[in-house]
Ligand binder design. Sequence first.
Ligand code: SF4
Length: 262
Amino acid sequence: MMTEMQLKACIFNIQKFSIHDGPGIRTVVFFKGCPLRCTWCSNPESQSGKPEMMWNQARKKSLLIGEYKTIDEVVEEVMKDIAFYEESGGGVTLSGGEVLYQATFATELLRILKEKEIHTAAETTGYAKPSVFANFIKQVDLLYFDVKHYDSQQHRQGTGVDNGLILKNLAHALAVHPNLIIRIPVIPNYNDGLDDAEQFAFLFNQLNISKIELLPFHQFGQQKYEDLGRTYQLAETPQLHTEDLSEYKKIMEDHQIACLVR
Ligand code: SF4
């Protein structure tokens, strides 16, 4: 039988000193693998669950993205910055890709970090078997949950999967998790219309969600598609800025949903 220490996950980055992925100074562990294929994805190198080659502009050579690591190796790396977590009220954030793609490893990693009294956060789109999702969120202190579309067919069109499982897991998280941040990545011509805001607000009211965050579309991932030799469908789509979402935000607030634009 495989012990927890023999578990391995494909990790493509361990980023130190992050201040945007939860409270305080954090280390972000980026997991490879995602069952979705969002047309706007800014981390296309995270989508495949296996290591892959990617051209690196700065070094003018191809580099391997993703490496199999044991839990021991990841824990050892993130614990190097414990003094910064303690000083700043920070901790460790799991991101991706979709962290639930390697859920056994991620859940065990969270459990070990909890034992060590390290604050943990995770970003997810909630696309996983409900039992797997439920076990995972029991171990995490702060959960960022991204909802991409209220309509199942549109969700499939933009991401490759429908939203049934995601909404089921969201309802469960809302019922049991005390520290949940719901986010909408707002994408032009996909979910950025004011009618979309109304529909999202209707869904959130039904779920008793009183607070959300909006993530305006950006083009930070554009070069990576070229570096991977892949086509980027949204190359010509303009970025959104905070001021572009003021009416969207107001619609949320009109429905008693506090709304922060990131
Ligand atoms: S869920 Fe996230 S990582 Fe997966 S394809 Fe969508 S944007 Fe990319």
